[in-house]
Design a protein around this ligand. Structure first.
Ligand code: DGP
Length: 116
C-alpha cells in the first residue's frame, strides 16, 4: 500500500466506493466522474503507479485483470453485447490523474475515435 494513494485506500476500504467486483488481487468500482452510462475502474490491489511500473513478476495480475476480470465484469454489467472500451491512461500526456494503475471500462454508449 502506497502512502496517500486514494486507490490503495479504496482497495483497503479506508474510503468508500461503489464496489462492483473484488477478489484477492483486484477491485473494481464505479468512477466518481463517469464519462459514459457505465464507467468502472479496475485496479490491482498491489500498488503500481502506472503501466510503466509493472515488472515481469506482475504478468499474472495483469493477465488476470485483462483475461478474467474485465471480460467477466463486461458481461456482468451488460456491456458484452454492445461492446465497450478499455482505457489505461499513462503519465501526463496520457491524461493520468491518479497514480495507481487503473483500467477504465466505459460502455453504454457509442464511443468516438480518435479520443480527445
Ligand atoms: P485517470 O484520469 O485515468 O487517472 O482516471 C482517474 C479516474 O479516477 C477519474 O475518472 C476519476 C476517478 N476518481 C478519482 N478519485 C476517485 C475516487 O475517490 N473515487 C472514485 N470512485 N473514482 C475516483
Amino acid at each position: 500500500m502506497a502512502e496517500n494513494c486514494i486507490f490503495c485506500r479504496i482497495a483497503g476500504k479506508e474510503i468508500p466506493a461503489d464496489l462492483v467486483y473484488e477478489d484477492d488481487q483486484a477491485v473494481a468500482f464505479k468512477d466518481l466522474e463517469p464519462q459514459a452510462p457505465m464507467h468502472v475502474l479496475v485496479i490491482p490491489k498491489k500498488h503500481a503507479a502506472s503501466l510503466l511500473e509493472l515488472q515481469p513478476e506482475d504478468n499474472a495480475i495483469a493477465a488476470h485483470i485483462l483475461c478474467e476480470v474485465i471480460p467477466a465484469l463486461a458481461r456482468k454489467l451488460g456491456l458484452a453485447a454492445g461492446g465497450f472500451r478499455v482505457v489505461v491512461n499513462t503519465g501526463e500526456d496520457g491524461g493520468q490523474s491518479v497514480r495507481h494503475l487503473h483500467f477504465h471500462i466505459l460502455g453504454g454508449r457509442s464511443m468516438q475515435w480518435p479520443p480527445g
